[in-house]
Design a protein around this ligand. Structure first.
Ligand code: NOJ
Length: 547
């Protein structure tokens, strides 16, 4: 159907024979303390997620990824874990976890947990034991080093949040490594006991029925065991933030990271149908290596290509997508995301006029989309700034523009008090007081973002070409990114106009619009041989009568 005259660019020509649930599905990330507060203390919780399971099913997603739910002193809002085998009391109990999981599973929604194996909290009993000194059986569970002869830290490694990656502790009178905040000491992955302990953590949750993990900073698990200094970054120049002065070649991404990815994956593979996503924030050519040479590492390393684009144009997106498709090892299944709890929200980054197009891009590319809660409403970043709150996001302490709290605000359910998130004052102010940004206002509005994304999810779910079909990009007018998805059950084309001028795409055979960003009511089902695209409009077209 509808082949445009020329076809060019990257192509992926295989369809999984028996697609796994995570290949067909859409993952929705929940920041638990901000989703729904069932207990009434202003903090979202697991019972709240369970209560909203009907919403998640209605929305049409297939899996949730929960940011950390474990006990935490909150130095890095949950990414500093004080006990891997429990639930933070503010979020609930293990029994409430089981109930939430059952509620999700009953609705055919899988649940993936965040696993943070690189570091714990400094309040974790393992670290408390470790820092008591070399006599402790767990001393070598963390990375301890002597000062350099001049009394300075053991090497020049820097924390991702700024400053040295080493903190001196007395006792034991040595420095410990922390790739993030001082309250997040790095575990010593050279120690087999640590590796086994983390494997057991995974089994604990897999036995409870979780469907997999998103592994935090997977590429950081391997570091130079000789602790050589990081070299200077030859591309650094005045004006770039100081944190880019050094390359991180020795402090992370060491070849042993792959061994460790395989080790984690081997636990996943002890259980049927489980998923391992790896957070790998590296240039795409290195990120894709975390699929593993034999596809035995992460099923999907997170793909940050769309979050890191400097320019949001058809050409830039098309080249980035094509380049990524070409880099993928044979048989590897990609993942796409537009943001998560670390990046500005799409509505604020791209502007409301381009948001639907971004959703359409995300949900029509080949690969598993990962979506961030609240984006389905077009929720913006909050406008509060550090200083107003007692909580401080660690990277924002030195660099206020790195504050990530503004993207972690409460989900907005209804126009009532606290947007229906909680009966109490929420732990963070709302992103917006505008009642339009609520599920209640948008769910029955045919022109809302929520209605649009539901149509999109529904169409994706019903159309194998969109979920698991092949991908090839098509020639297109300026500002338009066009591609085709083929599947034995049918073919669709996607035409996305990233420009502010109307454009026209000629299609060589009769087609009909299945969905347009101009609104779910726009498609008229009529056959046509050309498609007129308004500014920032995207359309999905299919053969008449199919799919
Ligand atoms: C990556 C997580 O996405 C981020 O939120 C966190 O601060 C760091 N890892 C440290 O765990």
């Amino acid at each position: 159907m509808c082949d445009t005259p020329e076809v060019e660019g990257a192509e992926s020509s295989w369809v999984p024979e028996w697609p796994a649930w995570w290949q067909r599905g859409v993952v929705y990330q929940i920041y638990p303390r901000s989703f729904f507060d069932a207990s009434g203390d202003g903090i979202g919780d697991l019972a709240g997620i369970g209560e909203k399971a009907d919403y998640l099913a209605w929305l049409g997603i297939d899996a949730v990824w929960l940011s950390p739910i474990y006990p935490t002193p909150d130095v890095d809002l949950g990414y500093d874990i004080a006990d891997y085998l429990d639930v933070d009391p503010r979020f609930g109990t293990l029994e409430e976890f089981d109930a939430m999981l059952a509620a999700l599973h009953e609705r055919d929604i899988r649940a993936i947990l965040d696993l943070v194996p690189n570091h714990t909290s400094d309040q974790h009993p393992w670290f408390i034991e470790s820092r008591s000194g070399p006599g402790s059986p767990r001393h070598d569970w963390y990375v301890w080093r002597e000062s350099r002869p001049d009394g300075s830290p053991p090497n020049n490694w820097e924390s991702h949040f700024g400053g040295s990656a080493w903190t001196y502790a007395q006792p034991p009178g040595r420095w410990y490594l922390h790739s993030f905040a001082p309250g997040q000491p790095d575990l010593n992955w050279e120690n087999p006991e640590v590796r086994e302990a983390l494997q057991d953590v995974m089994r604990f949750w897999l036995d409870r029925g979780v469907d997999g993990f998103r592994v935090d900073v997977l590429w950081l698990l391997g570091k130079d065991p000789g602790f050589a200094d990081n070299p200077p970054n030859p591309d650094w120049h005045e004006g770039l933030p100081p944190r880019f002065r050094l390359l991180r070649t020795n402090s992370e991404g060491w070849p042993t990271s792959h061994e460790r990815a395989r080790l984690l994956r081997s636990v996943i593979d002890e259980y049927p149908e489980r998923l391992m996503i790896g957070e790998v924030v590296l240039p795409p050519d290195r990120a894709v290596t975390y699929h593993g040479e034999h596809l035995d590492e992460a099923h999907m390393p997170h793909n940050f290509v769309l979050t890191e684009l400097q320019e949001w144009s058809a050409d830039a997106i098309r080249s980035a997508v094509e380049a990524y498709e070409r880099l993928l090892p044979p048989g590897a299944w990609p993942n796409w995301l537009l943001g998560d709890h670390d990046f500005p929200r799409i509505a604020s980054r791209l502007g409301p006029e381009r948001m639907r197009l971004a959703h359409m891009l995300l949900l029509t590319l080949r690969g598993t989309p990962t979506w961030y809660y609240g984006d389905e409403l077009g929720l913006p970043d909050a406008s509060f700034r550090p200083g107003l709150l007692t909580l401080v996001d660690p990277p924002a302490a030195a660099t206020p523009e790195r504050d990530r709290l503004i993207i972690r605000t409460p989900m907005q359910w209804s126009p009532g008090p606290h947007a229906g998130f909680s009966e109490a004052e929420p732990w963070l102010p709302l992103a917006s007081d505008d009642p339009t940004f609520t599920v209640e206002r948008q769910r029955d509005d045919p022109d809302s973002t929520l209605t649009f994304v539901r149509f999109l999810l529904d169409l994706r779910g019903q159309t194998p070409a969109l979920s698991v079909g092949t991908f090839r990009s098509l020639s297109a007018p300026p500002d338009v990114f066009s591609f085709q998805r083929d599947h034995p059950d049918g073919t669709v084309q996607v035409h996305l106009n990233f420009g502010d001028e109307p454009r026209e795409v000629v299609v060589s055979q009769a087609s009909r619009i299945l969905l347009s960003t101009a609104g779910p009511t726009a498609p008229n089902g009529q056959e046509m041989d050309r498609v007129a695209l308004g500014p920032y409009e995207g359309v999905i077209i299919g053969e008449p009568g199919r799919p």
